[in-house]
Each structure stands twice: as structure tokens, then as C-alpha cells.
Design a protein around this ligand. Structure first.
Ligand SMILES: [Zn+2]
Length: 317
């Protein structure tokens, strides 16, 4: 251990999960590590071996990505399960059962994580299935921000916690119907807009240590008043001013997938409104915790922040 190292950073550097590293070194508290202390690092940690009929996309998933689990089970009448602590919601297409999982971007979410599934056969018998998914480290940069006193005041835990609870509740409401079709579109009609902060970029405030979890979305630096369009079909589930995130629009795309736009100027979409890809929902602003005009786009799968770019590049089943 060197001064300033945290166990979570070491785990991420060597591609092991924090629980694995703690187990191997018989540690009970990740915060009680001494400088100069020697740690055992597992040599080969990727034990991802998939049972017959199970496929993952991407096959080698990384932090911040959306993982699609596909299970070929023509005899199953029902399928349930979880990836680590995340409940999976399966839907059947032909003989294959599909579930989406959000893979955390936080530095401690690297290594092997268990998937435990139970499906029912035609006779109603429960059939268990277990395997590991190996999460590879994401390549996230570090950005240093200098905060004004007014912005620092917004980082007040009381304000943050209340707002985070509302956001958590909003994106935790699962609706089964898939409301999107095909790839998502860029929510702006601007050619190659400049990205000012990428998804997962870790921020240090006024020279402090960077946080464990990086940027919760993608920031596009575009002019104030630029129209913001729905990236895919869905239902507007929150459209109101918040203290930290500023004026927001949240869209439920179904199956646990959500988009949100922050720091908006004018909110155009109404709560409860059904939208299609390309519908005008707002205008770019700089409201809330913001240093200038930009569009912040967050996405979640099962309440976990995921990288929106993947949804524009790939059609996710
Ligand atoms: Zn942002």
C-alpha cells in the first residue's frame, strides 16, 4: 500500500472485485489499511464460464455497459433471477429469454459477480442455474473542477440526499412494456456536438481525491436554447425543477430503462406524456449545479447508471 491508495482503487487496478480482495486478505474493513501493508492479489480472476444455452452481449462486459443475458430455454414457462444484488426481469422471444443488466461504473465494481437464475419447466419444477459474469475495468479519465462557494453549497448532503432519493424512486419504478424500437438517437439535432464530460469520468473538486463513482452521464456542450429530443420512445415520468440537477425531464423507456436530461432551460414535455423518438421535450439550459450551457444525458438500467453511447451504437434486444 502507498499513501493515498484505497482498497477499491487497488481492486480496480488489478481487475478484482473489492469483496474478492477483502476475502483473500481476510480484511473486514476496507477503510482500515496501513501504508506499507502487503496485499495478496489473485493471479487469474476471470472465471466466467457460461452454461450451455447462455450468451452474453457484450461477451466481455465492462463497467458502465448494459449487459444483455440471453438464455435458450424452450421448455421454460418462467424465469427469474439476479446478477449480484440486481433483480433481472426476463422476457421471452421465441425460445430465448432476455434480461438486461446495468453494470456499475464505480471503481469497486470489477471482477466476478454471481448470476443466480431459477426457471420453471413444463411440470412446474424449479430448475436452478448459476454462473459468474466477469466485469472488466472501464477506461475512465479524471477531471478536476474548481467550485464556487455557491456551487459548493449545492453539494450539501441534505439537499443531495433528498434529490437522490427522488431520482432513485423515479428510475426504480419498473414497467414491463418495451417502449423503444431499435437504436436510440442523439437527443440533439447538432452534428457531432462536443462532449465536455464523458460518461464515467471521475471528478475531483478543488484538487481533492476523485470520487469512487464517475460522471453519471454524457455532457454535450451546446448553446442555450438548443432543442432536446426524446432519444427513443417512452413515457415522461418527471418534468420539473430540481435544486442540483436543475430543470429535468425523465423518460421511462420500459423494461427498467430510463433516460434523463438535466440543467434544462425550458421544459416542454408534460409529465405522463407518451413520446416517440425525435419528439421535442425541452431546451438546453444551465440550471442547477452547472458551470455553463450543456445538455447532460443520464441513462439507467434497473436503477444502475449506464453509458448512453452504447444505446446509440447498438440495437439492444
Ligand atoms: Zn453532467
Amino acid at each position: 500500500m502507498r499513501a493515498g491508495d484505497t482498497l477499491a482503487q487497488i481492486a480496480a487496478r488489478f481487475g478484482v472485485s473489492l469483496p474478492e480482495l477483502m476475502r483473500l486478505n481476510q480484511l473486514t474493513n476496507p477503510n482500515l489499511i496501513a501504508v506499507g501493508q502487503r496485499l495478496l492479489i489473485p493471479a487469474e480472476t476471470n472465471t466466467q464460464v457460461l452454461p450451455t444455452g447462455v450468451t452474453l452481449a457484450p461477451q466481455n462486459v465492462a463497467q458502465g455497459e448494459t449487459l444483455t443475458l440471453a438464455v435458450a430455454a424452450p421448455d421454460a414457462t418462467d424465469m427469474q433471477g439476479a446478477l449480484d444484488k440486481q433483480d433481472l426481469h426476463f422476457r421471452r422471444v421465441g425460445d430465448t429469454w432476455y434480461a438486461l443488466a446495468g453494470i456499475s461504473r464505480c471503481a469497486n465494481y470489477v471482477g466476478n459477480f454471481p448470476v443466480a437464475l431459477t426457471w420453471r419447466d413444463a411440470q412446474g419444477n424449479a430448475q436452478p442455474m448459476q454462473f459468474d459474469v466477469h466485469v472488466n475495468a472501464g477506461a475512465f479519465g479524471v477531471q478536476d473542477l474548481t467550485l464556487t462557494a455557491q456551487m459548493s453549497a449545492l453539494l450539501d448532503p441534505a439537499i443531495m440526499n433528498a434529490e437522490n432519493a427522488l431520482v432513485g424512486e423515479t428510475v426504480g419504478a419498473f414497467t414491463a412494456e418495451q417502449k423503444w424500437q431499435g437504436k436510440f438517437r442523439l437527443p440533439l439535432d447538432v452534428k457531432n456536438p462536443r462532449i465536455s464530460t464523458t460518461f464515467g469520468e471521475r471528478r475531483s473538486y478543488n484538487g481533492g481525491a476523485p470520487g469512487l463513482c464517475g460522471h453519471e452521464g454524457t455532457d454535450y456542450a451546446v448553446a442555450g436554447g438548443t432543442p432536446v429530443y426524446a432519444p427513443a420512445g417512452g413515457v415522461v415520468v418527471l418534468a420539473e425543477p430540481l435544486k442540483v440537477r436543475g430543470n429535468v425531464v425523465f423518460i421511462d423507456h420500459g423494461r427498467g430503462v430510463f433516460s434523463a436530461f438535466y440543467h434544462l432551460d425550458k421544459i416542454i414535455a408534460k409529465q405522463g406524456q407518451r413520446v416517440q423518438a425525435g419528439d421535442l421535450v425541452a431546451q438546453v439550459g444551465t440550471t442547477g449545479f452547472s458551470t455553463g450551457y450543456h445538455l447532460h444525458w443520464s441513462m439507467w438500467v434497473n436503477g444502475v447508471y449506464v453509458n448512453p453511447s452504447q444505446w446509440m451504437e447498438q440495437e439492444i434486444p
